[in-house]
Design a protein around this ligand. Structure first.
Ligand code: MD5
Ligand code: FE
Length: 203
């Protein structure tokens, strides 16, 4: 049964388990064409999370700011297409959470090694916040923190595990959130890593 984490945020525990190997093969295919890289924030800090993207647009950050680009700045080529298993899971999960028409045009893939973290932020580089974000956790578990619409709102913690899917719609679409420093561990399918797929309607 879906769990409600916050207004509009639906946690589908284990929803990605049936396709986990296909999703990981998709990550490998995307990374073969658009390798994971540690980008820099506009303030000049290197991100501890390694990232790549697939779909019509990819999320990038550098000294010029945060934005979506149709081509990978590392190669100049369009981002690789979204693997079929990605699209199928994103669409089915969104529909189960009440978004039957979700058609993601961007998928950011985050790779966390032990020690990597993502500090509290909002996702607001997309054009239309009425579309949800679908996020899929694979590999090592993490402690996810999410607050509210204001940075000063109290923060709740949730463990996100291999196979969990969260659909962030409604008010939660713009809630502050982050990932605490990843702890060491070993997962049978990913070794010492956590991956997160985040499906967005960006353009
Ligand atoms: C992660 N990634 O686990 C998370 C999953 C990112 C990012 O935050 O920006 O790449 S997406 C979590 C998310 C999205 C939209 C709203 C909320 C959480 N929320 O209300 O908490 O690597
Ligand atoms: Fe985010």
């Amino acid at each position: 049964a879906p769990e409600h984490m916050a207004p509009g945020a639906v946690l589908l525990r284990g929803r990605a388990l049936a396709s986990d190997r296909d999703l990981l093969a998709g990550i490998a295919a995307v990374a073969a064409a658009a390798p994971f890289r540690h980008m820099h924030t506009p303030g000049g800090f290197e991100m501890s999370v390694a990232m790549t993207s697939c779909g019509e647009a990819g999320w990038v950050t550098d000294r010029r700011g945060y934005r979506y680009e149709r081509c990978d700045p590392a190669s100049g080529a369009p981002w690789p297409p979204m693997p079929g298993a990605f699209v199928a899971l994103a669409r089915a999960s969104a529909a189960e959470a009440g978004f039957p028409d979700f058609a993601p045009d961007a998928c950011l893939i985050n790779r966390y090694a032990p020690g990597a973290r993502m500090s509290l932020h909002q996702d607001k580089d997309e054009q239309d916040f009425s579309r949800p974000i679908v996020s899929v956790s694979l590999g090592l578990p993490c402690m996810f923190q999410f607050g509210g619409a204001n940075r000063s709102d109290p923060v709740k913690k949730y463990e996100l595990r291999h196979g969990d899917v969260v659909v962030w719609g409604g008010p939660s679409r713009l809630y502050y959130h982050g990932v605490l420093r990843l702890k060491d561990g070993e997962h049978p399918l990913t070794g010492g890593l956590r991956y997160n797929l985040t499906f967005r309607g960006a353009l």
